[in-house]
Design a protein around this ligand. Sequence first.
Ligand code: HEC
Length: 465
Amino acid sequence: MSFRSLLLIVAVAATPAVSPSAEVTFSHDVAPILYKHCVSCHHPNDIAPMSLLTYKDARPWAAAIKQAIVTGVMPPWKADPKYGHWSNDARLSESEKNTILAWVNGAKLEGNPKDMPASPEFPDGWKVGKPDAVIAIPEHKLEAKGPDEYSYITVPTNFTEDKWIVAAELRPGNRKVVHHAHVFVVEPETDASKEKKEDNPAKAYSKWLQIHEGTLSFIRPDAPVIDDGCLKDDNGAFPGNAQSDLGSLISSFLPGREADVYPPGTARLVKAGSKVNFQIHYSKATGKPETDITSVGLVFAKEPPKQVARRIDLSNHMFLIPAGDPNHEVTECHTFQRDMYITSLTPHMHLRGKAMRMEVTYPDGQKETLLNVPAYDFNWQITYRTEKPIFIPKGTRLKIDAHFDNSPNNRANPDPTKIIRWGAASEVEMMDGWVEYVDAVPGQEPPVTVTAGVRQSKADLNPNH
Ligand code: HEC
């Protein structure tokens, strides 16, 4: 018996799903799987440390690939498979796993290069297609050293008429310094809405609760503490829904997040005269002076949408995480006031985020866990896009249950001796669940959900900033 066939038998014994007659080769069997699940990040000049495009690229990483697949570290995906079905589910199937393992455990043959699938293309352009409008910040200069900066930069859209947006892509100008970014639409303020704000005591209290240091906002250290956001609806959120002061979020650039493409037939409205507010987290990782021109590309609807794509950000702002606490629980509850379909869910916490579960109680009392992320990772903030929109009848209550690890065992923890409250910087915390949805219209089919298909970025691999 030849050495090669002996190895093949060993490989087959370890992975019974592959038939003994199949000689697993890179070109024929492994490359198609890597092209489907890995190379969007693992190609030159992207966020992963090495390319996996060719046999030559991948062969030295065989053992590491096996390790990453067996442990489930790669491809990055954090949702508990027990709950929900997601259109952007990144996981390998069992047979795909077995094929790669058979190759790694076996002779790691290249096979016939003619069997290689067509090499995927990575156009250096916009992932959502050619935008109809690109709105950019003026050049932003960063000094070589110093603390992280949160910049809030507002730019006019110059839209003279209302626009329907079907896709939005936030593109960092300088990937070395843009850690993450959000972009919000700020609607033109009418005289009536100005008045309402000043007279609203809840809004005035919200304003009092927040302090600002430079461009960063934090909660006052002496603000009342509310960890149980479910005692009544939105119990821990800033009163008067202060988030809406920033306008409505339309796109984010976050580690592991795709561009925002709304379900076909739906669109977001950007009113004439609106401004765009960029919130950009800069980290001075390079030690050199840098410049950045971050921009957002917007794709307009070709025809009026059947449905408005909507989004609500549910938060607890009032929590307090004790120093050293390894498993501190913070909750937020919200009751939806109309029939709707959820199209995506995104947990958002910072470096002490440990786990998050989103569970609904339907009006008939039935409970259902929509999403469970048992090991949250700040470096992989994934938007979970529903395979089919989830129907949520009016009166359904969503509970968001977050846990934080402020102990020294959390390797990402910048300082376990600190008491932690809400704030915009990564060194303090946030507790958010972002929900994208459309209203359920009687007689109208729910929208089909889609995924941009391209992972946008893992902006920074260093969890310490
Ligand atoms: C969303 C982007 C993305 C996808 C998809 C992805 N990776 Fe990765 N991969 C990374 C990044 C970034 C790193 C660097 C380490 C980290 O941050 O976790 C990495 C690290 C690795 C490593 C460890 C390298 C080392 O230094 O030891 C291996 C092995 C790996 N990936 C294999 C894969 C395989 C195999 C797939 C597909 C099944 C895959 N990756 C899919 C982004 C990705």
